[in-house]
Design a protein around this ligand. Structure first.
Ligand code: SF4
Ligand code: SF4
Length: 71
């Protein structure tokens, strides 16, 4: 899941929103900042964290969606 978006670092380029293949992030045009719209869809691929030019996104290695128990 996306752990946090550090807004003081973010300069509003929107790259993270474009790069997310799971459509988790949205861009707030008023505030010029991204936000997590669908946290449960995050698959922790780290694309957004790796792609952010200023390191403003931190992702933790858990999926937003609870995975089924494996026997
Ligand atoms: S990629 Fe980084 S700087 Fe660009 S909008 Fe996303 S969090 Fe902000
Ligand atoms: S870790 Fe991957 S799925 Fe989750 S918000 Fe970032 S780009 Fe999207």
């Amino acid at each position: 899941m996306v752990k946090k978006i550090i807004e003081d670092l973010c300069f509003g380029c929107g790259l993270c929103v474009d790069i997310c293949t799971e459509d988790v992030l949205r861009f707030d045009e008023t505030r010029k900042k991204p936000y997590v719209k669908y946290p449960r869809d995050c698959v922790a691929c780290l694309f957004c964290e790796a792609g952010c030019p200023v390191g403003a996104i931190e992702v933790e290695l858990t999926r937003g969606r609870r995975m089924p128990e494996v026997m």
